[in-house]
Design a protein around this ligand. Sequence first.
Ligand SMILES: Cc1cc2nc3c(=O)[nH]c(=O)nc-3n(C[C@H](O)[C@H](O)[C@H](O)COP(=O)(O)OP(=O)(O)OC[C@H]3O[C@@H](n4cnc5c(N)ncnc54)[C@H](O)[C@@H]3O)c2cc1C
Length: 519
Amino acid sequence: MQTEITISVSPKTATEKESIKLSLARKLNIDVNKISDVKIYKRSIDARSRNIKIHLKVIVFTKGEIANPKNYGKEYKNIKSATPIIIVGSGPAGLFAALRLMELGLKPIVLERGKNVIERRKDLAKIHKHEVNPDSNYCFGEGGAGTYSDGKLYTRSKKRGSVERILKILVEHGAIEDIMIDAHPHIGTNKLPKIIARMRENILSHGGEVHFGCRVEDFIIKGNKIDGVVDQYGNKIFGHSVILATGHSARDIFFLSKQHKIKIEAKPFALGVRIEHPQPIIDKAQYNCNVRSKYLPAASYKFVQQVNGKGVFSFCMCPGGHIVPSATAREEVVVNGMSASTRSSRYANSGMVVAIEQVDLIKYAKYGELAGLVFQQEMEKMAWEAGGKTQAAPAQRMVDFTNGKFSKTLNHCSYIPGVNSAPLHELLPSMISNQLQEGFKIFGRKMKGYFTNEANILGVESRTSSPVRIPRDGLLLSHPQINNLYPCGEGAGYAGGIVSAAIDGERCADAIKKNHSLK
Ligand SMILES: Cc1cc2nc3c(=O)[nH]c(=O)nc-3n(C[C@H](O)[C@H](O)[C@H](O)COP(=O)(O)OP(=O)(O)OC[C@H]3O[C@@H](n4cnc5c(N)ncnc54)[C@H](O)[C@@H]3O)c2cc1C
């Protein structure tokens, strides 16, 4: 017999299977020995009161019944001789498109400008020493921008596809099953590379292709149809269709599209700074305690506020994380955040950004659809100069920034390339610094301890989403002018994170199969 039930238990109880059984027996008013198995299918933290609770949604099995063992394994076909589909980019959009194509009996040929996850790691170590490889960095390389990240797996775009399906595929490739039940699942930068490598092995072992060090530099277009792409060595690669999943940092692809007169559009995005607090300040505020219990994860926060008619919001919060250098070219500084699966660093960081629309970029109007991209580039160059012309980031204490005061000293910080004090309140355009200053004061009123000079802000957080959209037909998902070209994922403007990019990859694969009735 099976009974579905919700219980609220202490954080300690939630970690002990026997204690959970006792709580369930009490709630159901039955003898604990009658419970033959327990399956938790949703877990969330309720920290609204001092007495923090973990809510568990559970199926209780009695009378000797047990939960069915989970089987996440999917059957992929051997597609070595099937119709080839080119996928440019091996981020979540590209990889999930490839796996879905295999399920549909089509052959993915994945082209990736960067290196495999192991080789890529060496280039990340070099960025920390101020050496940027434009093809292999925190944004480019196997697994895309999501590989060396926090691996947060929640998304608001639930209507476009099944989040559960994406999580199952991740588990199938080695992610822990907890991601299926946690309200805010995350994987961690230490675990993601292995999962990504298993996806690649899966593609290869079924007859698909994955090519690293293959930067697409041109499209092969005949009439109004794309037939393939050309790499940096002049090699031509032909395929039935092309899924363009190059991410928000592939500026060369936007320029290439413009050069070919392939329609692109300006898109709103957001830009600001990354803020870092000592993690205990956030724990204290969110858990109402002096010291976080060892049974609770590092606390997080989320802020959204309209300030003088503009959105100011926190972005990609990484509890127990690190700030990382995410530039994709020399002479630019870009910051972002990541954390390991344990989220155990001493710091809590998050992007704090201001929404930017076309009306804010009148000064850049001459660049047309690329106005946002040029503005973004200028801000990254400014950060490089203000930081001292290395990967060191310009930084300021939070209250000093808000009061328009230079910081004589800075707090210790997780950002390995280092920080240099700079007047970010003057260096950022007033449309950003004024909104952030107001936003910080408001967020400080919402969370005790948040508004403090113990927090540093670092510039610039500029790769929140793509400033350009590559349009596509709402139903067919192909480009309105170029047949068989499928703009996909975050770079094309259809995703904003790992899960939504993965969902979009699957959607493009489905659309190709359906639109062309491929066998
Ligand atoms: C440090 C960091 C932390 C993040 N943390 C999170 C998080 O915790 N949770 C979350 O949901 N999101 C996070 N994100 C955002 C997330 O990674 C992206 O939203 C997601 O990866 C977008 O997927 P995508 O496949 O569309 O593009 P991308 O992941 O950007 O992949 C694009 C791929 O295309 C390749 N490429 C580009 N140009 C070419 C070319 N010309 N030829 C061949 N290949 C090319 C790139 O090398 C790259 O591998 C983070 C991003 C960063 C940088």
